[in-house]
Design a protein around this ligand. Structure first.
Ligand SMILES: O=C(CO)COP(=O)(O)O
Length: 253
């Protein structure tokens, strides 16, 4: 059975004080279960402090993005080596906002995925179609291509550890969620693509999250689906009560 993972993508929200209050509030309130991983991905400025604050609790801290090289003249960037040195376990890669506003491409996402694995960071690889692609009936084709390119040259034993987040772009921050059945159908195709690229064993090991307007009230239904192993949550992960509630839902559903 695949372990569930609920990850909060905080995007560019919260001051340091607000971020610390969140962690203090959540620490100790997470249900004791080894069936669900609870992760928050704050702005990189807070990673070190929040990771220290969360030490010894069930809460884990991940990054929202990173560069693909260890060091260099790349003003403003954070490297995989830096994240690894802080023992950050997860990094979100290829989020649609990074693709849309920061010129990330399937090729650059692939370089970052390879860099993450070379530093023992677990990538949360985001894929998803736009509204236009969905309306043209190109959802599966779009997502399968993104997966194929992101995993180029990635070994099967690494791919098994990966997390893929299926986030339909039209469902992000819009209040529109894909129906659980539709989301599951696409997650099933993602798993099938991993099966094609590797083998059955890798396909059944890889964990797939759904993302896009997830909240405590719609999480149980999403998690009841065969191919959905967790959620990547934006807005609803910013509130401590709602985050804790989602971890509780995931530990029961
Ligand atoms: O982009 C997302 C998570 O990465 C989803 O954001 P929302 O949950 O706010 O729709």
């Amino acid at each position: 059975m695949r372990k569930r993972i609920i990850a909060g993508n905080w995007k560019m929200y919260k001051t340091m004080d607000e971020a610390k209050s969140f962690v203090t509030e959540v620490n100790g309130r997470l249900p004791e279960t080894d069936q669900v991983q609870a992760v928050i991905c704050p702005p990189s400025l807070y990673l070190s402090e929040l990771a220290t604050l969360a030490e010894g609790s069930a809460l884990q801290v991940g990054a929202q993005t990173m560069h693909d090289t260890d060091e260099g003249a790349f003003t403003g960037e954070v490297s995989p080596k830096m994240l690894a040195a802080l023992s950050i376990p997860f990094v979100i890669l290829g989020h649609s906002e990074r693709r849309q506003y920061f010129n990330e491409t399937d090729e650059s996402v692939n370089k970052k995925v390879l860099a993450a694995f070379s530093h023992q960071l677990t990538p949360i690889v985001c894929v998803g179609e736009s509204l236009e692609q969905r309306e043209e009936g190109k959802t599966v084709e779009t997502v399968a291509t993104q997966v194929k390119k992101a995993f180029q040259d990635v070994h099967a034993d690494q791919a098994k550890q990966a997390i893929i987040a299926y986030e339909p772009v039209w469902a992000i921050g819009t209040g529109k969620t894909a129906t659980a059945e539709d989301a599951n159908e696409v997650c099933k195709e993602i798993r099938a693509e991993i099966g094609k690229l590797y083998d059955e064993q890798t396909a059944s090991a890889v964990r797939i999250q759904y993302g896009g307007s997830v909240k405590p009230s719609n999480l149980a239904e999403l998690l009841s689906m065969d191919h959905i192993d967790g959620a990547l949550v934006g807005g609803a992960s910013l509130d401590a009560n709602s985050f804790v509630e989602m971890i509780e839902v995931a530990s029961h559903a």
